[in-house]
Write a protein that binds this ligand. Sequence first.
Ligand code: C5P
Length: 250
Amino acid sequence: MSDDSLPAPVPVRTAAVIPAAGRGVRLGPGAPKALRTLGGTPMLIHAVRALAASRSVSLVVVVAPPDGAAEVKSLLDAHALPDRTDFVVVPGGETRQESVKLGLDALPPGHDIVLVHDAARPLVPVDTVDAVIEAVREGAPAVVPGLPLADTVKEVEPAAVPGGPEPVVATPERARLRAVQTPQGFDRATLLRAHETVTDEVTDDAGMVERLGLTVVVVPGHEEAFKVTRPLDLVLAEAVLARRRLNDGY
Ligand code: C5P
C-alpha cells in the first residue's frame, strides 16, 4: 500500500507570546528594559528574532509597555524580521501575569503550541527554542528549559529588622534544583485554562500549570538564555553578542 492513502500529517503550528511590558527597575533608571539596546539593537528585537528563528514559530505576539504599543510597532517595522512569521503588538498590564494573559487574548485560533518568552532573555539560542517545542509536540502539556545551579540555595525567614540577618529554615538538595528559563512551552488549551483559573501570584507560567495538578517537565536550558536583570547582566550580554559576531558573523 502506498503512503498516498494516508492523510497528510497535520502541521503543529506554534505561536510565541513575548511579555515586554516591565519597567526593569533593577537595571537602573532609563527606558523600559526591553527597549534598551544591546550591540546597538533593542533587547526586544533580539528576543523577537531569537523566537522567530525557529521554523516552527509562525506568529509572535509582543506585549508592549501599556503606553508603548505604537513605539514597539514602529521598532518591529524598522528591523529586519523573517517574512514567514506574523507579528502582533498589544499593550501589557501591571504584572507579568496580566501581560501574558493580554498576549494570550490576542492569539487567533490555529496554534496548538504556545511559547511564553521573556523579552529580558534576548540571547536564547534557537536550539533551546526548538527543544522546548519538540517536548510539547511529544505530549508534555508544559515544558520549561532549566539548568543545574552553581550556588547552594537557602530558604530563609524574614529578618527581625530590615536588612538584618535572616534565619535559615532549610537547604534544599542542590542536585534536585533547576534554575528555569524561557521560552516555556505549552499545549495551548492547558495554558489558557491555567490563565483563566489560577489567580495566585506566580513568577512563571509553568507554575500556573502546576497549580492545575498537571505535569511540567524540564528540558536542558542554555547559559546564554540568562535573564538581563541587573547592570552586570548587560555587560555579559554585550560580551556574548561580541563573541557571536566574531565566531559566525551573527
Ligand atoms: O520582572 P521580570 O524580570 O520577572 O520580568 C520578566 C518579563 O516580564 C520581562 O520581559 C518583562 O518585560 C515582562 N513584564 C511584563 N509586564 C509586567 C512586568 C514584567 O510584560 N507588568
